[in-house]
Ligand binder design. Structure first.
Ligand code: SAM
Length: 275
């Protein structure tokens, strides 16, 4: 008998993948966690019925969270990742020698534990000595660390369950205060096909807090609609002012120095959402 996993993206539409094995099917203290093997995309982490990452296409998301912001800040020594328990963003951050310390704060220790076990190519840098892993609520961590970080990356689940308050104006204000005077943050901000309202409200909130706000996109086949957005809020540095020629070569599969500014060129209907 064939088994298929379907993520319902709206009441009337979903994306589906053939499953060959189920490794984990567990309700943690915070969310439903599934680790499954798919024919097309390899091992897949699913939280509360939403695809978080797959071995085949994870590089797009993780590179595009980490590199645009780290190559915009001239000296990103202290970095915070909120969420991100699968370790993919940390793996990309570790490619930057300027980063002295990266702190990862995920609310759910089970995501970290199972990612280390079943997603070793993604989670492999979580034990790097430059990384500190904390199991805690990112909202609280931000609140308790004023003027601490050069860069903050919000690699959270969608705004339901434990991540609901990570998409609020109060959270962005907290991030502003947790950043140093020239700090920058980036957050994944979902897709413009099914979550246009969310992108608009995040954009409005971030603009109320940060003087420089930029939105960019990437193509991620296993995320709803395939077109994903990221929102950057900055106190001083503008990603569009970065000199591409000054970006050093690092090993990537999606991000390139040429893509650094190009990713900020949005399709018209997305541009209209964030005007
Ligand atoms: N790349 C994914 C996406 O966009 O679909 C998200 C990655 S997943 C690793 C997000 C992580 O955020 C989960 O491990 C979850 O436990 C964590 N998370 C959710 N709410 C959180 C909170 N309030 N504080 C810290 N981590 C949180």
């Amino acid at each position: 008998m064939e088994l298929w996993y379907t993520e319902k993206q709206t009441e009337n539409f979903g994306i589906t993948a053939k499953i060959t094995k189920t490794y984990v099917d567990e309700q943690t203290d915070f969310q439903k966690l599934d680790m499954i093997e798919t024919e097309e995309f390899g091992t897949m982490l699913v939280l509360d019925g939403m695809v978080m990452t797959t071995v085949k296409d994870e590089f797009v998301y993780h590179e595009m969270v980490a590199h645009p912001v780290l190559f915009t800040h001239p000296n990103p020594e202290h970095v915070l990742v909120v969420g991100g328990g699968d370790g993919g963003v940390i793996r990309e951050i570790m490619k930057h020698p300027k980063v002295k310390k990266a702190v990862l704060v995920d609310i759910d220790g089970k995501v970290i534990e199972y990612s280390k076990k079943y997603l070793p190519t993604i989670a492999g840098e979580l034990d790097n000595p430059r990384v500190e892993v904390l199991v805690n609520d990112g909202f609280m961590h931000i609140h308790d660390h004023k003027n601490t970080y050069d860069v903050i990356m919000v690699d959270s689940t969608e705004p339901v369950g434990p991540a609901a308050n990570l998409f609020t104006r109060g959270f962005y204000q907290g991030i502003y205060e947790a950043l140093k005077e020239d700090g920058i943050f980036v957050a994944q901000t979902d897709n413009p096909w099914f979550k246009a309202d969310l992108i608009q409200s995040v954009n409005k909130d971030v603009k109320e807090v940060f003087p420089i706000v930029r939105v960019y996109g990437a193509n991620i086949p296993t995320y709803p609609s395939g077109l994903w957005t990221f929102t950057m809020g900055s106190k001083k540095y503008d990603p569009l002012q970065v000199d591409e020629a000054s970006i050093p070569e690092i090993s990537t599969k999606y991000y390139t120095p040429r893509l650094h500014k190009a990713a900020f060129v949005l399709p018209k209907f997305v541009e209209d959402l964030v005007k």
